[in-house]
Design a protein around this ligand. Structure first.
Ligand code: PAF
Length: 260
């Protein structure tokens, strides 16, 4: 009687629902959690403004046939005097981990706590947060959780923008500009498929496209090893192309795997 867990921070979109649908197909029971986890937000980040709509989320989850929705409150997850953390070392040093100090400590701690409480057979995460998947796989291996991490592909809007709860922050001009992330990734992917295997060359292609968009401000661009997440140089046969870009005040991330 396998149990599938879909941890979320709510304000669900089709990306979350694709995880729920996959979990529904693969398990006899599906549990979804909704918890805007304060410890994975930096002091200057959008914790308080993070979009929330629990009634709508519950309606969507009921329609998808989820058996149980758990919405813990902050005190339930972080008791007074809380001081015990789960940290993963090497793979959190790069990319998002470098830009958002403490972020992954918050993610691994909350996910470990959810795993301890639910003890699912499988847990579902989106490829959109590529580094999160690598970090959680490491944690599951290192802490001997008997849980399979299942990863679902990125779900995109028709114009290519990766679905994210934060897309709601974008005004119409920014929403249009936000398509630049996927355009850059797709162009680099096409160049790779056409024989351009140089990591720096691929990054340059993406940088040029991002810098052509007035409202976009590149934070990082990367061509990394998909397991260690270390930056690659020279000729590459496979890798993770990823980026974080500010569109106005909204920080968006996206990625594509090449050579798989
Ligand atoms: O990916 C997310 O929404 C969050 O990082 C997660 C896994 C629910 C932990 O808070």
């Amino acid at each position: 009687m396998p149990v599938g867990l879909v941890p979320t921070m709510g304000f669900l979109h089709d990306g979350h629902l694709s995880l729920v649908d996959l979990a529904r197909r693969q398990n006899s029971s599906v549990i979804t959690t909704i918890f805007v986890n304060p410890t994975q937000f930096g002091p200057q980040e959008d914790l308080e403004g993070y979009p929330r709509d629990i009634p709508r989320d519950l309606e969507l989850l009921e329609k998808r046939g989820v058996d149980l929705v758990w919405i813990p409150d902050r005190e339930e997850m972080y008791s007074k005097g809380f001081q015990t953390w789960v940290t993963v070392d090497d793979v959190t040093r790069f990319l998002e981990g470098k830009m958002r100090p403490g972020h992954f400590r918050g993610v691994t701690t909350i996910v470990a706590k959810l795993f301890n409480a639910v003890m699912p057979d499988k847990a579902y995460f989106g490829q959109k947060d590529a580094q999160q998947v690598v970090v959680l796989r490491r944690m599951v291996m290192d802490l001997n959780y008997p849980i399979e991490i299942v990863v679902a592909p990125i779900v995109r809007e028709e114009d290519g923008l990766a679905m994210s709860s934060r897309n709601v922050y974008l005004n119409p001009a920014e929403r249009q500009a936000a398509t630049v992330l996927f355009r850059a990734l797709k162009t680099a992917d096409q160049a790779f498929k056409a024989g351009n295997r140089d990591a720096d060359g691929l990054k340059r292609i993406m940088e040029e496209i991002i810098s052509s968009e007035e409202l976009a401000n590149l934070q990082y661009i990367s061509c990394a090893d998909m397991d260690s997440l270390e930056e690659l140089s020279g000729q590459v046969n496979r890798g993770l192309l990823s980026m974080a870009v500010f569109i106005g005040k909204t920080r968006l991330i996206d990625n594509i795997l090449i050579g798989i």
